[in-house]
Design a protein around this ligand. Sequence first.
Ligand code: NDP
Ligand code: OXD
Length: 309
Amino acid sequence: MALVIISSKGNGLEWKSQLKQLDSELDIRIYPDERNRDEVTFALAWNPPLGIFSKFPSLKCISSTGAGVDHILKDAGLPTGVSVTRVVDERLSQDMSNYLITYVMAHLRSTEVYNKQQQNRNWQQLEYQLPENVGVGILGMGELGSNVAKSLIDLGFEVKGWSRSAKVFDSVSMYTGNEELESFLSDVNILICLLPLTDETRNILSGELFKTLPKGAYIINVARGEHLVDADLLEYINNGHLSGACLDVFRKEPLPKDHPFWLNDKITITPHVASVTSIADVAPQILENYRRTMAGEPLLNLVSMEKGY
Ligand code: NDP
Ligand code: OXD
């Protein structure tokens, strides 16, 4: 029985060392280790090459090294009967909330404008809005969305949430499904996307959605690049309907050097760092799922293949 690490981040050795610290007996391979692939029962993966899992005939479970699993589920050749799990972690949720608070406040306090003013030694005071007068809408009220909702409420924001199934959270106005999307968007000044990437959510941040938002709305996408229709974002920023955007994720990463987002002064770009898995914090839950896989016990943080997240 063995565990294979298949990570495009090149952090296989770090995962191996953290897992070995928890159990020195573990048989851990780092892809493309070719030895006896039929011994591998568990894969730990980030952005794996398409078709790779069909090469491990004894595979029982694939765990994402992060919260999202779109990079695993997009593989049409995923062996049937294999379970997929993901990371749910307090640190990951807290880091995401901290990132979002940073950029929500940066937008409200015009930090980008003041940076430019400073370069020109320009002393000009701008008005700012108070949190209680700003509606923040969160697309996706799961582990990460519900956590940031709490932090925003503590700061005094009006918070609305949108999810697939009906949910209740203290002090959050909740909306469910496509039927309620339009009323959810109607008074959202800052829209945060924290949806998983599925066939239903791909391209959701489009002109169709933007025009439903009030004029001057601001977009923050920390979910996946494929949620956003890039050309529509540029169009709605250029026509003045949107005041700008903060983007952490992109259709192609790294964002190509010639992409128009780079030069748009209404767009803030960060390189997929909103919340990065802490390997040391998360290794115990990976090991626990490896143990459960071997024992045939119910897995932690199991992904629904039907829902795609
Ligand atoms: P969860 O699975 O916990 O939550 C997903 C939420 O989205 C749920 O509330 C779910 O609704 C809702 N949802 C899914 N599909 C739909 C739909 N069709 N219509 C309406 N709502 C829908 O995910 P997490 O919060 O853990 O993570 C969200 C995403 O954040 C990840 O998939 C990943 O892409 C991204 N991420 C980005 C990071 C970064 O650094 N940029 C770091 C970590 C994650 P319901 O509650 O009804 O199921
Ligand atoms: C994740 C991510 O899904 O880092 O965890 O995007």
